[in-house]
Ligand binder design. Structure first.
Ligand SMILES: [Fe+2]
Ligand SMILES: [Fe+2]
Length: 167
């Protein structure tokens, strides 16, 4: 595997791990505020990101590359409100999509169609995750400052997320 691609895949291992820890911090924040539906949503997002990370670790090893398990930055753990929690979710997913696009670009540049093919799974995944984040943020924008709206949002989040194919 070309070194530039190996480096980008190692970076991606870090970004998926970082997202996993970020969503765990968000789940814990929601849990402590009594939003148990939102907490469950982010606990399971955190698990998913961990799987995305492990899938990359296994792939790089299969290809005979050198995996570096990274140290992580501290996740943000204080949020002003539910909407700011979901804005963080969307910006985190947009960041990951941009990084995946960089890998795709590099694969085409170095003509590594095997990694390119492997990464297609992530391209599809990012499309779904961004759609989920945008749907949930749209709902929160409709709710505005309504406390009872937050109660219903927390109760129904699993349904909204499932409708995006991403429960
Ligand atoms: Fe991911
Ligand atoms: Fe994600």
């Amino acid at each position: 595997m070309h070194t530039s691609i190996e480096n980008l895949l190692n970076d991606q291992i870090k970004y998926e791990a970082q997202a996993s820890m970020q969503y765990l911090a968000m789940a814990s924040w929601a849990d402590s505020k009594g939003f148990s539906g939102v907490a469950n949503f982010f606990y399971s997002q955190s698990e998913e990101e961990r799987l995305h990370m492990t899938k990359l670790v296994k792939f790089v090893n299969e290809r005979g590359g050198n995996v570096i398990i990274p140290a992580l930055d501290l996740p943000s753990d204080t949020f002003a409100s539910l909407p700011s929690l979901f804005e963080k979710f969307l910006s985190s997913e947009i960041f990951v999509t941009e990084q995946i696009n960089k890998i795709i670009f590099e694969c085409l540049d170095k003509k590594d169609y095997n990694v390119h093919n492997f990464m297609q799974w992530y391209v599809t995944e990012q499309l779904e995750e961004e759609a989920t984040a945008r749907t949930l943020l749209d709902k929160l924008n409709i709710i505005g400052d309504d406390k009872s709206g937050y109660y219903l949002f927390d109760r129904d989040i699993e349904t909204f997320a499932a409708a995006e194919g991403n429960a």
